[in-house]
Design a protein around this ligand. Sequence first.
Ligand code: AMP
Length: 283
Amino acid sequence: MQIISDIQQMQSLTGDFKRAGKRIAFVPTMGFLHQGHASLLREGRTRGDVLVLSIFINPIQFGQNEDLDRYPRDMERDCRIAAECGVDIVFTPDAAGMYPPGFQTGVTVRDISLPLCGASRPGHFDGVATVVTKLFNIVQPDLALFGRKDYQQLAVIRRMVQDLSMPVEIVGMPIVREADGLAMSSRNAYLSAEQRTSALCLHRSILKVRALFSSGERSTAALKQAALEIIGQEPSVLIEYVEFRDGATLAEQETADHATLLALAVRTGQTRLIDNTVLGEEL
Ligand code: AMP
């Protein structure tokens, strides 16, 4: 496994792979890897001849008062997990290389970036779309794998790739959860034991809504009420949003169907957590 920080070195290696006819699978991350990331890497390993993992805490996707400075890092552990998953190249550019003085170009995916996390984190998806474009230009993957944990991010990237005719196959992967149902996230490291317990209300509300949907409830107002009641039982959890949207367009829905996305975002203490489910898909 090679670790490369230099953008030009990565790009020239990519060129070599391309000329040799190798299929490049790519998993972009911000590091502090967990089993959610590992599931993407393992799938990438089976689909590509070369597996590239990027670790880059992208400053331009963080808002002013967000956790950029304290985002968890552990390069040594990340490299261990990467090696176990069969990664060939760990690409770790630095912010100065990615955004040199004078940098002034950005990618905006308009409507689909606006609701949900886009509403509470203005500019976030511009930062995501811009860095993913840049990483795609450097790594030139044939396919790139993303988790459905960040459902809107995946939708934004799919839209961008289609709109800009980027020659990359986008693969969406299921949410990996802890045994008790908490969706794995690097940010779970911020949680105290009590916060972690109260964060389980996300999964509980997902299970409740899915059960109501299975028994025939189709009113998103009624489904939302059920979710709000469960989260409302945890005084330390503040709701940012609980929304029902079309899984493809993210348009609001009054009547749920099998493609309806339930997306949730909450805060406990300083930590922001998201989760989601598509009502007609397996958990
Ligand atoms: P991050 O390092 O948080 O930017 O995540 C990198 C990639 O891993 C993104 O495509 C995420 O959606 C994906 N990911 C993060 N957590 C999970 C999870 N629990 N299950 C599946 N994929 C995940």
